[in-house]
Design a protein. Structure first.
Lengths: 259, 173
C-alpha cells in the first residue's frame, strides 16, 4: 500500500501537467494510492503517523530534496519504505539514488528495488544526504574525543555527508574519488575551501580535507548556522552520528552506490 | 599533490591549512598535507605531502614521506623518503628507500622482522638469506643525510659479536 505525500509548492500551475502524467502512469502500473498534501498547517510527521496506523508500508515523497528531508525526518528508524518522485528543484537526493525526474520515476517505483541505507543524525534530527555549515571557524572532535580538527578560518565550508554526488558539492571541488556510500556505516566530513573567481573562472582556494568517521561533535565560539538536507537551523553545538541501516529506500539502477 | 598521485584512493585527506591534534586512527589510506600533532596510525598506506608537518609518532602499513615528520615512524612494509623529506625520529621498517636530498635524524631499524623483533626488544637481528640491517647512530650526531655526494656505505659487522649494525641506504636518484 502506497501513500504519496505531495509538497505544498506542487499546487503551482506549472507542475499540474507533470503531476497529471505521474498520476496516470501510477494508475497504469497499478501502484496508485492515497495522497496526502503538505501545507503550513499539515506536517509530514502527522500525515505519516496517521497512515502508519492504517498499515501503510511505503511512503513516496513527491517533490524536491526538501520534501524528502521532511519525510526522512519523520520516518527515520521506522519500518517504512521510502520512495521518491522528483518534481521541482533541486532533486539531487533522487539523482544520487538513481531515480529519474517526473513520470519516469514511476517505473522505478514499480520495480521496487530496495536498499537499506544509513542515515545521519544531528542533534536528534535525521538527514539522508548531508549537513552543511557554510562558514565560520569551528572545531571538530572525532574518534570519541581522541582527536580534534581545527579549520583554518571563515573561508571554508564544512559538509558532513552520508550520501553525496558531484552536483551537491559543486563540480569544481576536488574531493575523494568515491562518492559517499550510505551503506558503509560511516559519515564523510569534508572541509572545503570557499570558491574564488579568478579571471572569470571559479576555483577553490585550496584542496579539500576528507575524514571518515562514525560520530563527531562540532563546536564554535559563536552559534553555528547549519543546513541539514535543506532544513536551516542554528545551534551552539552539533552532535552528529550515523545510524546504520536505518532506512529502506527504493532506488534505481543509476544510483551512485551499491551498483 | 592530488588524489591520483598517491596511487590508491585516500579515504582520509588532511589538506594544507587544516590542523589535526590528538590520536588519529584510520583503517584506510591517509593523505596528509596539513599539520598533525599527537599520534597517527593507519592500517593501510600513508602519504605525507611536501608541505605537511607532522609532530607525531606514525604507524602505517606503508608510507611515502615528502614532508617533515618529528616523531618515530613504524612501517610494517615499505617506507619511501622523497628528496624533500625530513625525519626527526627513529625509523623502523621492513623496506626503506631514501631519495637523494632526504634528511633523517634518528635510528633506522630495517628488515622484514624489524617490527616484530623490536617489539620483543631485540633490535638488529640479521635474518637469514637476506641483507637486513639496523642503524645505531651516536646520539649527539645521529643524523643521516642522504645526498648524491655523500654516500653512506653499509658497514658490515660480525653478527655474532655485536648486534650493532650498519646503514643500508638505497638511493633512488
Amino acid at each position: 500500500m502506497y501513500f504519496y505525500i505531495y509538497d505544498s509548492f506542487l499546487t503551482l500551475k506549472k507542475y499540474a501537467r507533470t503531476l497529471a502524467e505521474v498520476e496516470t502512469r501510477l494508475t497504469d502500473l497499478g501502484i496508485s494510492g492515497k495522497i496526502g498534501r503538505l501545507s503550513p498547517f499539515t506536517s509530514a510527521k502527522g500525515l505519516i503517523r496517521d497512515e502508519m496506523r492504517r498499515g501503510t508500508q511505503t511512503v513516496v515523497a513527491v517533490g524536491n530534496d526538501e520534501t524528502v528531508s521532511k519525510i526522512v525526518e519523520s520516518i527515520g528508524g521506522e519500518m517504512i519504505t521510502l520512495g521518491m518522485i522528483p518534481v521541482g528543484a533541486p532533486t539531487c537526493i533522487a539523482e544520487s539514488l538513481g531515480i529519474p525526474y517526473g513520470e519516469a520515476a514511476c517505473d522505478v517505483l514499480s520495480k521496487r528495488v530496495t536498499q537499506r541505507i544509513d542515515l545521519g543524525r544531528v542533534n536528534g534530527r535525521f538527514f539522508l544526504s548531508s549537513l552543511r555549515i557554510p562558514g565560520g571557524r569551528v572545531t571538530i572532535v572525532g574518534g570519541d574525543g581522541k582527536y580534534r580538527i581545527t579549520t583554518p578560518a571563515d573561508d571554508c565550508e564544512i559538509v558532513v555527508s552520508n550520501l553525496r554526488s558531484g552536483e551537491m558539492l559543486g563540480v569544481d571541488h576536488e574531493t575523494a574519488n568515491v562518492p559517499g556510500n550510505p551503506m558503509d556505516g560511516l559519515l564523510d566530513a569534508l572541509i572545503m575551501p570557499r570558491m574564488t573567481s579568478l579571471l572569470g573562472r571559479r576555483r577553490p582556494l585550496g584542496s579539500s580535507s576528507v575524514i571518515t568517521l562514525k560520530r563527531l561533535d562540532i563546536s564554535s565560539d559563536e552559534p553555528i548556522d547549519a543546513i541539514a538536507d535543506g532544513y536551516h537551523f542554528v545551534q551552539e553545538h552539533l552532535e552528529i552520528d550515523v545510524v546504520p541501516d536505518c532506512l529502506k529506500v527504493i532506488t534505481g539502477r543509476e544510483r551512485v552506490f551499491a551498483r | 599533490m592530488t588524489n591520483r598521485e598517491i596511487g590508491r584512493e585516500p579515504e582520509t585527506i588532511i589538506s594544507a591549512s587544516v590542523k589535526l591534534e590528538g590520536d588519529f586512527v584510520s583503517q584506510g589510506n591517509v593523505l596528509i598535507e596539513g599539520e598533525v600533532v599527537g599520534s597517527l596510525k593507519t592500517e593501510k598506506d600513508l602519504r605525507v605531502g611536501e608541505r605537511a608537518r607532522i609532530s607525531a609518532d606514525v604507524t602505517a602499513a606503508s608510507a611515502i614521506v615528502a614532508g617533515e615528520v618529528r616523531g618515530n615512524i613504524d612501517i610494517s612494509d615499505r617506507l619511501e623518503l622523497e628528496p624533500t623529506a625530513k625525519v626527526f625520529g627513529d625509523i623502523r621498517t621492513a623496506d626503506l628507500v631514501i631519495a637523494s636530498g632526504a634528511v633523517v635524524c634518528g635510528k633506522i631499524t630495517m628488515g622484514s622482522e624489524a617490527t616484530s623483533t623490536a617489539k620483543a626488544g631485540k633490535v638488529g637481528r640479521k635474518a637469514a638469506g637476506k641483507n637486513e640491517f639496523s642503524v645505531d647512530l651516536d646520539e649527539d650526531s645521529s643524523s643521516v643525510e642522504a645526498s648524491a655526494d655523500r654516500l653512506i656505505e653499509g658497514d658490515s659487522v660480525d653478527q655474532e659479536e655485536t648486534n650493532k649494525k650498519t646503514v643500508n641506504a638505497f638511493f633512488t636518484k
